[in-house]
Design a protein. Sequence first.
Length: 174
Amino acid sequence: MGVRLLFEDETKLCLCPDPGSSYRPVGEQTRVASPGRSVARWLFGTVAVATGEGVYQVFRHATAAEFLRHLDDLLQRFPDEPLLLVLDRASSHACDAVRDFLAHVGDRLELVPLPTHSPHLNAIARLWGYLRDHVTRTVFWGTIARQCQAVIAFLRALDLPTFQRLMSTSPGLA
């Protein structure tokens, strides 16, 4: 039995739209509706680059508790194979609770931390940029719940050829 290679990351979803960068005539700004005060949620995602399969979850916070829930759901999604999970060095990925969890699941899950400050090595970071360009940039969804629903629907509907193109390009070219 082979090992499934996965990439994991979190990204913050904010109700206030990200205007991003766009070209406009001098003196003209992009206008985007905004609630004035932002509300945020965290999107946790793990993807298998080869197949496009993944787990996406929205949480109120990005702490070790949410990360552990994500890992547990990931093990349930792929119950019969060992997992090799590439991820960044967020503090919630290396705490005592995560080490205890990994000891409990044994060979089912191994974490492979990337070097510090290297999002370009995490394939899922390309997906986050594409998601922002197509769902959250310059769009005000009215409520954070509607935005989160739109994000999850977009990720579920993403076709495999587009997904694989994103996974095989450098972050700036996606």
